[in-house]
Design a protein. Sequence first.
Length: 626
Amino acid sequence: MFDIKENLKKLPDSPGVYIHKDKLGQVIYVGKAVSLKNRVRQYFQSPKNMPAKVRAMVSHIEEFEYITTNTEMEALILECTLIKRYMPQYNVLLRDDKTYPYIKLTMNEPYPRLVKTRRVEKDDAKYFGPYSDAGAVNQTIDLLNNIFVLKRCAVRKFPEIVKPCLNYHINQCRGICTGKVSRESYMEDVAQVVEFLNGKIKPLTDRLTAQMMEESEMLNFERAAELRDYIQAAQVIAEKQRVVLLGVKDLDIALAISSSQKSYVVLFFVRNGKLTGRESFAMEGTREKDELVSEFIKQYYSENPNIPYEILVEQALEEGELIEGFLGDLAGRQVKITVPKRGDKRDLLQLAQKDSIEMLKTIDERENNRKARRAALSKDLGDLIQRILGRLPEEELELTESEAKIRDYRVEAYDISNTNGVDSVGAMVVFDGLKPNKKEYRRFRIRTIEGPNDYGSMQEVLYRRFKRALEGDSAFSTLPQILFIDGGKGQVSAVQQILDAMGLTVAVAGMAKDDKHRTRALVYKPYGSSDYEEILLKEHPLLFKYTGAVQEEVHRFAIDYHRGLRGKRIQGSALDEIDGVGPQRRNSLLAHFGSLEKIKKATVEELSMAPGITEQVAKNIREYFD
């Protein structure tokens, strides 16, 4: 098992993000630290002075992980990203990315200017950031405006005769409006601004430092202090946040590492320009880095539908071009395998390499802990299946003794979602042991049941699922060892009727909740018994955590599908029911008039003025609303 005391000794004295996990391996808290060594240790000291919430969290910590970063700002951005990904139980949700400021250089204007913004748009401008220190952003914009005397107003075109504004008269603007400023020389200064914001600050800070010393020697201490503040602001901004790469499509970083016991490939995920997490995968058969990474990429992405646009590796792969072609065929687009030599991607690779070295300190222990959880869960699920069926699944006989001890039983969970019987849908999620298998998730729109009938809806979903399996549909061919149904005795009985009618033998358990909507028990009918029994989950901590995770996931999946259907229905309007009005004409009408109410009041002539609306269609609209 994971030895917390021993692993506390291995923590580095560097910035990063720490991740606390419970018995099931679920993330329960994510935090950032200037020093991982000092911060994480604080959780495992005397609890006397801890708030009640922290004490409760610490009591559930079974292991922790950490990801090192280069700066505290990088840790802050990564912390925010991981909290959004995992939604940990004990975290207060961080504010959205839009609260972080960017520096925007308006390259889409003839004479670009610098502004602070909290929105990134596709407008051909250059964006730098995001930054956690809004004050430093303001100071840097002021600094660059003062040094390079950039344009400050938002006006793009000026009349021939114009009077310069106050900024021109106090030497804060070159007077672009006068037409006397060469765009070529202006863009040379803009290039220096871009260089500075890209992190090359030494030439400018050296220049400012020299000016500061001169002002100080001349006893101009106020000006010297102003220059000092500018230098400090520039240094803060210059701490590039390599966890954010603007304009970068999805990419992964695959690194091979070897501990004293085993070899692993560590996969880092960058989505929408952000480092969103990592996973480690145990490998067998070789310790050669090139071969490890090549085999991992081929096997992992052939089973994983989320293939990125680019994969960063440490060294060129012998079969690199062949593997790129293989991945491109799977993804239906180009996929690159790259060894970055410079720039942000190289910096990101180095950050991942540094973190992988830290992982070596604990990776074997975490892998052993994961196996222990798998074995414990396998036993709990095996015991439950045996109680329900009177035996383990027949496939169990084909397994070796070691495989039988740790078997990833396939669990399928089902839930129904509707609003008073409207837009009723069913959801199926799949867990192979501890992990959700998202490529096996399925959604069902209820066809034969009207009104809020959860029992009937559940029966329809299960009938359709297993009918397709019996017909040989490859998308449903893999059968589960046990079904988890959202509900209690009634839902389990309804599902069992369908299974019996179809001649199928699959264990069924209901996920029952208490009055506060918390998972309370698993309801099942023991083999040979006519009465239902319950497993009180509070007496089985691992099964309790697992059932809660399964129930939350299937509920989320069902709700998302239901909301999507309901949203589409709501977005449709009365216009869709009018003869001759399709989506394009509907959108044209709404864009032209601004609202449905104005369309209702419009005359045939006014309706005909909207793009794409013929006189006949206008008459149809008028007749409909009349």
